[in-house]
Write a protein of this length. Structure first.
Lengths: 173, 312
């Protein structure tokens, strides 16, 4: 039986500038100087995973690498730490994109959770291997919260594509 | 997926295979990791990217600054008045010392001259604001609002009104990064004020520090104040650093486990003083017998031989 869910909805093609803009906004949210608050989701990882699932031909490991290096500099962390995690995340997300899109949003989030969790774990392992201090178990809470945001972020980032093809001047959207 | 108005998907031309791409980017990331960890030669790349994202960072800083400013604005008048009174009382209390300080310093100078000791280096510094702490949860770093443009250099010491806060570790054009003493990779040579025992204090995480490599029977008790020993040529001697809070003398280990609490408000203050770099003490006299062997020709050899002869 063909599953009927929102991921089968007919969408407009995505705009390149919107992908760039959303990644830029995610980077901006990551730059907010809130200090060491546990459980704040890594917005760049979330948005990157989203576009890797939705548009695996447009956003991939190269984008992950560049965003990772920029995040490394902004966070003053070890160079290459985020880059490695984001590259692995992008690889897994684009590899699984055909599968993930078959599921309704709730189950998509369940697919995304291990990916984000894995990325966080990679960063933890890299830093622990380099002799840094353990940041606490709450560090692993962030990907869980991020996966919980999969539902709203899907609606938010797909909004420009929800517009119907036949444009009606009397209708706002 | 059916996408309206989409050009036919490029079945055959998709560039490098995903696995190959993964291998390339993973290798590149690992290369960056190793270079940054072992050789620390990525400062140029870091400075370039940091300058490029500086406007975005400043933009992100605005809302947080605004919230902080609003909080300050609504601080009630009474709080400010109370603080004002407290400060006035404190000023009166220390006025006596302040008035006599000049006299004491002059006296000290004369006595030192008498004893033929080197003058203590006068300290100068520039006041900086802590902008925010770095997001990296694995280290303890903060950013201050002065950088290369204001003449800050890597390695300078950062203090607050009570004691040492940390050290400038990276300098960007307009900001610099201060590694706090509680960072696990930060070490500082100290001396116990009471017993004069010298040791190395290193960050232990969780806002604490650890006095390393002291034998289990070391002359140190809880409550001892540790000050910088000045042996490293970076920190001025006598700056307060930490108080010993817990000593764990377990005979099973060679060294005692000594935990210390920082004296300065390391993870809560807003303004700090970046001390100007300390003048290096005179270089060590050369060891004549060691150098004499490889410098067989020229002036150096003669001098060395002369020095060796004098030594004898």
């Amino acid at each position: 039986m063909q599953p009927t869910n929102s991921s089968r909805r007919i969408l407009l093609p995505v705009k390149g500038w919107f992908i760039l803009f959303s990644l830029f906004v995610a980077l901006f949210l990551n730059l907010l100087p809130i200090g060491r608050v546990a459980g704040v989701p890594d917005w760049v990882a979330l948005v990157l995973a989203f576009w890797c699932v939705r548009e695996p031909l447009k956003v991939g490991m190269a984008a992950g690498f560049i965003l990772g290096v920029v995040t490394d500099v902004a966070d003053a962390s070890l160079m290459g730490q985020h880059a490695l995690a984001y590259v692995l995340l992008a690889f897994a997300a684009s590899g699984l994109s055909r599968r993930i899109l078959w599921f309704p949003l709730g189950q998509q989030a369940l697919h995304i959770l291990p990916l984000l969790f894995g990325a966080q774990l990679v960063m933890l392992l890299v830093r622990m291997a380099s002799g840094a201090e353990f940041p606490g178990v709450l560090y692993l809470l962030a990907p869980v919260i991020a996966a919980g945001l999969w539902h709203p972020i899907t609606y938010l980032l797909l909004m420009p594509q929800y517009r119907p093809v036949d444009r009606d001047e009397n209708r706002p959207i | 997926m059916s996408v309206v108005g989409h050009s036919p998907p490029p079945f055959f031309k998709r560039g490098v295979a995903p696995l190959a791409r993964l291998a390339i980017f993973t290798a590149l990331s690992l290369f960056l990791l190793v270079v940054d960890l072992r050789f620390s030669t990525l400062d140029m790349l870091r400075a370039t990217i940091a300058t490029a994202i500086y406007p975005l960072q400043q933009l992100a800083y605005r809302p947080v600054e605004f919230v902080g400013g609003a909080g300050q604005y609504f601080a009630s008048l009474t709080t400010l008045q109370r603080e004002n009174n407290e400060l006035r009382d404190r000023q009166l209390a220390i006025a006596n010392q302040l008035l006599r300080q000049e006299h004491l310093e002059l006296e000290n100078q004369r006595l030192r001259a008498l004893l033929d000791m080197r003058d203590r280096q006068p300290t100068q510094g520039s006041v900086a604001d802590i902008l925010y702490s770095a997001r990296d949860p694995f280290s303890r770093r903060v950013f201050i609002d002065k950088g290369q443009q204001q003449g800050i250099n890597s390695g300078q010491v950062v203090v607050d009104d009570i004691g040492v806060v940390g050290q400038v570790t990276r300098v960007y054009p307009l900001l610099s990064e201060v590694t706090l003493l509680t960072d696990k990779h930060q070490a500082i040579p100290v001396q116990s004020q009471r017993s004069g025992l010298r040791a190395v204090l290193a960050g232990a995480g969780a806002g604490l520090m650890e006095l390393r490599y002291l034998p289990a029977n070391a002359e140190i008790v809880e409550g001892d104040i540790l000050v910088t020993s000045g042996l490293d040529g970076i920190y001025l001697p006598g700056l307060p650093v930490a108080r010993v809070s817990k000593i764990d003398r377990d005979a099973a280990y060679t060294f005692a486990r000594i935990l210390c609490e920082p004296l300065a408000g390391i993870e809560r203050n807003g303004q700090v003083l970046v001390l100007s770099p300390r003048e290096m003490p005179a270089a060590r006299p050369e060891d004549a017998p060691l150098r004499g062997a490889d410098a067989a020709t020229g002036k150096g050899a003669k001098i060395n031989r002369g020095a060796a002869a004098k030594g004898r």
